[in-house]
Design a protein around this ligand. Structure first.
Ligand code: MRU
Length: 350
């Protein structure tokens, strides 16, 4: 397979090297993560983020932690690994991929001789497999979604569902990379994505790097641009999809979906099957992460609200299935009615 557009995470054996996404676009800084505690911290503080990538990061964080084990007792080793799984699982509640990846790692732990050395090998192999599968998955979603992008079209996206949110191809941005490779000329409108500006900082960074014509807009501009007929297609990622087809994504996605529906613009979710929560019926049961209000009230160290004023900071919202035109997974395009299409998908191992 060809090189992905971005490399946000790399397994170096004794550590995991990640791009510190908080520093983008100003500088491309890296962190070397040496244990599960450091990885949990990197995920919580959003040095590394994006649903598929936090699953991969947690798996690699666990494997690097296991590799540091010096003892020989199986039950102590197991207890240490279980404690690391609990710490990594407590970082961010919304994205299914995190729990799916940790589930696979737990199966790898149990799936062989009860010996710390061989279990370390299994954990490392499983983490690398999750990473490799995500690369293939991203590419496949890109190939399935690329034909939706027509010559001269303007595509709108929200947050960052690109290489920086995955192993390297992305979800919603993967069809854009493939369309670009195929010579299609199109433009992208990237919602800035308050409060942490993943659209302005990260989506714009990776698309501009790939030579894709990108314009950043304020989140509030998306709705009138859709209404004025200036957008031909909306592509977004997801953190969790339920069996009814409702889905969670970055706060603001629901509003974009409503406006796309009102304007008659096709609205697609692009996500791997590891984002589908095969145990959850509808969106009202998705846990929504509430982040620190200071992410809303402080910009670049400067308060933007009067002292003592409260702020709410839900990191995600839930878009109901009826606003979605289709869901692109690595297994193909799921069309309306989404519940019937999702029911035909095989849950990924994990
Ligand atoms: O809070 P973040 O930056 O982790 O949120 C990311 C998103 O909402 C993405 O759209 C989602 O994870 C899909 S990424 C492929």
């Amino acid at each position: 397979m060809r090189e992905p557009p971005v490399k946000p995470i790399e397994w170096l054996g004794d550590c995991v090297r990640i791009i510190d996404q908080r520093e983008l676009p100003g500088r491309e800084a890296h962190l070397e993560i040496k244990d599960a505690g450091q990885m949990a911290q990197a995920i919580t503080t959003m040095a590394i983020r994006g649903a598929p990538l936090i699953g991969i990061a947690a798996a690699m964080g666990l494997a690097v932690e296991a590799g540091r084990w010096m003892g020989s007792g199986w039950s102590e080793f197991r207890a240490e690994v279980e404690a690391a799984i609990a710490a990594l699982g407590a970082t961010r509640p919304t994205a299914s991929n995190l729990f799916w990846a940790l589930g696979r790692m737990r199966q790898a732990l149990a799936g062989g001789p009860p010996d710390p050395r061989s279990a370390c090998d299994r954990l490392r192999a499983e983490a690398l497999k999750i990473y490799g599968e995500d690369l293939e998955t991203g590419r496949k979603m890109g190939e399935i979604g690329a034909p939706l992008i027509g010559e001269g079209m303007t595509v709108l996206t929200h947050c960052n569902a690109g290489g920086l949110a995955t192993s390297g191809y992305g979800t919603a941005l993967a069809p854009m990379y493939v369309a670009r490779e195929r010579g299609v000329k199109f433009k992208v409108l990237a919602d800035e994505t308050r409060p942490l500006l993943q659209g302005a900082r990260l989506t714009a960074w990776e698309l501009a790097r790939a030579g894709i014509d990108t314009t950043v807009i304020c989140d509030s501009a998306a709705h009138s641009l859709l209404a004025r007929g200036l957008v031909g297609l909306v592509l977004v990622g997801s953190d969790r999809i339920t069996l009814d087809g409702d889905f969670a994504n970055k706060i603001g996605t629901y509003g974009v979906a409503l406006s796309a529906k009102a304007a008659g613009v096709p609205f697609y979710v692009v996500a791997p099957t590891s984002t589908i929560d095969f145990k959850l019926k509808n969106g009202s049961d998705i846990p929504i992460e509430e982040r620190d209000p200071s992410e809303v009230t402080v910009i670049n160290g400067r308060p933007i609200t009067p002292a003592g004023v409260k702020a709410l900071n839900p990191a995600f919202d839930v878009t109901p299935a009826h606003l979605v035109t289709g869901i692109i997974t690595e297994m193909g395009l799921v069309k309306q009615p989404l519940a019937a299409g999702l029911a035909k998908l095989e849950p990924p191992r994990g």
